[in-house]
Design a protein around this ligand. Structure first.
Ligand code: SF4
Ligand code: SF4
Length: 490
């Protein structure tokens, strides 16, 4: 769609994608959200505040600003979507819904280079819509990292030349073993190593959303999730046919694909009739709980989404609900907790992660200053707004290090990637761990897993590996052919 200069307010996009008058009118401009907003705290200018952004959105809605006004487009990008403002707003302004709708409008008129368009098509419309192609990409990245090509590429300076030095640094370490949904079923395990726990009346049937990047770069977190849930009396299922949760699409304003992914996930996960649907990345667990809003205009999936959302839990929330079973042998780790925005602000889950950490005997938890202030990750924010993201990351790491802790605990994929990259840049050897990994380490330290009954069998990934190997051979042949032709011409 071409940019408009007619001052006629928002574009007519498909579906329910216009910012809602009702939400805008809830804001009474009291300003109580300002000091919670990371961008306002950094820049101290009104347009970079929640109130300022709502005023800009209202300006476009009322036709006083064109939808392609640079100030509006800039603010739709500069906002982190961290929801800190929403969490403190006394009027209950649903800022997240307003922002996503505003971003959909901005995305429709924003001018982009052909390269940006191509990258967005490959990433959002191809890879994140197909778990299989994403795995092929993941295996290629695994090869890139393990064969020494990454080190060569980094030294060669080509990344700087292509303007990709910063984003490449954020590539997480790909797991040797992926954990993705293939219809696996894991029974509850309640008695091991002489430590017993009363059998619950009905073990909970839990379906795990394995997500996109988590299956490949945080497969160890999936394994810890499965083991700890089984140790707490749950049967765990990984239903086939599930997809990426769609958070990145919704945050980027691509509601149609976000809805398509939501419908597929509801069908796939509900097919095993779970009591609970659990997610171990806070950004994704928050988005899963937004499915009812996302699909509220859909006569078929709207009611289904409401039932589905009622079953949704973040893993920290579920473990806290279950107890969790405390560990026995002291694990003398010193930990500080960085709160993911979409857990603390988006879901108001704040005490549960600490409850899980407190179940680990011997563990010392020291709170950091501003633990719920965004670390600058925020989906793709650390790529699109690197300067602001770096400022926020620097504050976060300074606050974490000031605690004297030797481990940063968190509960979201994006935060882990951002914190790990920041610590590496600063040459600080401080591990970043998911909370569920810490509880899992406690159970392992107790010897709970010693008899091998909690082992998770390797997935059959032969097809992906075969395709990656084929593509690699073809690429090498092509390079060889090009080099040979060049040599002949000489
Ligand atoms: S968003 Fe809420 S807290 Fe912020 S100015 Fe509006 S009413 Fe006040
Ligand atoms: S979502 Fe975060 S960055 Fe955006 S206005 Fe609200 S507090 Fe500020």
């Amino acid at each position: 769609m071409m940019p408009t200069n007619t001052f006629e307010g928002f574009l007519d996009l498909a579906g329910v994608d216009k910012p809602s008058d009702e939400i805008m009118n809830t804001c009474v401009r009291c300003g109580l959200c300002l000091q919670s907003c990371p961008t306002y705290v950094q820049l101290e200018v009104e347009p970079s505040s929640p109130r300022g952004r709502i005023a800009l959105i209202r300006g476009v809605a009322e036709g006083r600003l064109p939808v392609d006004a640079p100030g509006f487009l800039h603010q739709m990008n500069e906002c982190l979507g961290c929801l800190a403002c929403q969490a403190v707003c006394p009027s209950g302004v649903q800022y997240g819904h307003l922002l996503e709708a505003g971003r959909a409008q901005a995305a429709a008129v924003r001018e982009k280079s052909w390269l940006t368009k191509l990258i967005e098509i490959v990433v959002y419309q191809v890879l994140f819509m197909s778990p299989f192609l994403l795995r092929v990409f993941g295996r290629s990245m695994w090869l890139y990292q393990r064969t020494g090509v990454q080190a060569l590429v980094r030294k060669s300076g080509i990344l700087k030349l292509m303007g990709m030095e910063h984003s490449e640094k954020l590539l997480p370490k790909i797991n040797d073993r992926f954990v993705y949904a293939q219809g696996q079923h894991f029974a509850p395990k309640l008695f091991t190593n002489g430590v017993s726990q009363a059998q619950p009346v009905l073990p909970k049937r839990v379906a795990l959303l394995t997500g996109c990047a988590q299956s490949m770069a945080f497969a160890h977190v999936h394994e810890a999730t499965i083991r700890t849930l089984r140790a707490n009396g749950c049967e765990v299922l990984l239903p086939e046919g599930q997809q990426c949760c769609g958070a990145l699409h919704a945050h980027g304003g691509d509601f149609e694909r976000a809805r398509e992914l939501a419908r597929k996930n509801i069908d796939a996960l509900e097919a095993v009739s779970p009591d609970i649907v659990v997610v171990n990345a806070a950004g994704c667990s928050h988005h899963l709980k937004e499915y009812a809003h996302l699909l509220h205009d859909d006569p078929v999936y709207g009611p289904k989404a409401e039932q589905f959302v009622a079953k949704g839990r973040d893993i920290t929330e579920l473990l806290a609900e279950l107890g969790p079973r405390p560990t026995q042998n002291p694990l003398t780790w010193h930990v500080t907790y960085q709160e993911p925005c979409h857990l603390a602000h988006g879901q108001k889950v704040t005490s549960q992660p600490r409850q899980v950490l407190n179940a680990v005997a011997g563990l010392k938890l020291t709170e950091m200053k501003d633990s719920a202030m965004c670390c600058g990750s925020a989906g793709t924010y650390n790529i699109t707004q690197p300067e602001m993201a770096e400022k926020l990351l620097d504050n976060k790491l300074k606050n974490a290090m000031a605690t004297g802790a030797s481990i940063i605990a968190t509960a979201n994929t994006g935060c882990s990637i951002q914190l790990t990259a920041g610590l590496k840049d600063r040459q600080t050897p401080m591990p970043v761990m998911h909370i569920v990994e810490i509880l899992d380490a406690g159970y392992r330290h107790d010897g709970l897993y010693a008899d091998g009954t909690f082992d998770i069998p390797a997935e059959d990934d032969t097809q992906t590996k075969a395709i990656v190997a084929g593509v690699l051979v073809l690429t090498l042949v092509l390079i060889g052919w090009v080099l040979k032709s060049l040599w002949k011409r000489k």
